[in-house]
Design a protein around this ligand. Sequence first.
Ligand SMILES: O=C([O-])C(=O)C[C@H](O)[C@@H](O)C(=O)[O-]
Ligand SMILES: [Mg+2]
Length: 446
Amino acid sequence: MAKTPKIVDMKVIPVAGYDSMAMTLSGAHGPYFTRNLVILTDEIGHQGVGEIHGGDDIAKSLESCKPLVVGQEIGAYRSVVNRLRTGSWKAAGNNGEGLQGLDLKNLKFVVRSEAAVECAMLDLLGQYMELPVCELLGDGRQRDEVTMLGYLFYVSDKNKTDLPYLDESNSTDPWFRLRRKEMVTPEAIVEQALTLQKKYGFRNFKLKGGVFEGKEEIKAIRALKEALPEARINIDPNGAWSLDEAINLTKDLHGVLTYAEDPCGPEKGFSSREIMCEYKNATQHMVATNMIATDWRQFYHAVSLRSVDIVLADPHFWTMNGSVRIAQVLNDWGLTWGSHSNNHFDISLAIFAQCAAAAPGNITPVDTHWIWQDGQELTKHPYKIEDGVIKVGNAPGLGIELDMDKVAKAHELYMSLPNHDRDDAVAMQYLIKDWKFDSKRPCLVR
Ligand SMILES: O=C([O-])C(=O)C[C@H](O)[C@@H](O)C(=O)[O-]
Ligand SMILES: [Mg+2]
């Protein structure tokens, strides 16, 4: 019987990169973000790579996977991932209420560490079969170009902290110069979008809300639509608004908002899925989520209640196979697939692009934080966002090659950090003393 190559080595390399003081309901991004890389080597000398969220717990969980991965055939990747799935974190601690929380104790209930192993094994299998990963997922390649979304953030003034944020004021690139500066007004958000459009060609934008009072953020949405009338624009306050507020803020935005992402969450004893269903009924807006349909059980209830139209099935939360599987179901049921993201390196950029290339139907432009990290690539020829799209070529596997010098530097940075876990309250407390997360109050409203 023909055999596929066996895995002979698995490395887990935690890495860190630099970030802006970007604002969300959960606080302010710190100066660094962390990720974990998985590097697998097979017996014919190929290297397969995966990337997942950072932090010591995830690194430890991946380390503990080694005995279940090394020695396995790459062709058996589904069983390997299945064995890891049953041994890794369960969603038992996730109350399923769609509450935003970005520190590790919340994120770990949705992040699937085994997705990094799955990705690295698919990368190896693709190299062995001389096929790109998108051909190994679902019904194979569905498109050659993946439309990406320009992810707009309010950015606070890093000079109000003594944290070591990067300063790129001297960069020759207008976007790089801008991205580390304070941007808190509608005018600044418009400048951000225009600068991003020029550099990356985006025609789709999303503003991360949950920062200022909703009506202030809607001013920015209107200003964006005025400046970019052809663009598709949406807002994501991560469930911060009450149902009444969400309805009042957005009911007159037909023709301005393409869709609303997690506009409201659980309240008054009603679940987030019930509330989002009422929001949809009241406004007739399309609704997207990465908060209330993060696994199959939540998805069942979200669909039963018709709470959402677009599921942002991040492959780091669903695995690559899971994300494409839900893309197929969504397409068959007349619903829409997209992907959520957090800060990431260029291995994850390849993951998003390969999944989206295999997702059938009319998918929504894919989220990425890469524009905030662009220039910190860990691969030799990172995927590029040009004219608003990523072209997915025919290179085998993920089609990337790690630059081990850059990986070593990113690892060194990680090791130099006093804390490896994300906690957006730390930077936030420079702006508001003793600030604490409140799922119902925008972070600067206290
Ligand atoms: O769409 C979303 O909800 C996200 O992108 C989640 C996070 O809030 C993201 O903005 C982040 O990591 O800061
Ligand atoms: Mg979201």
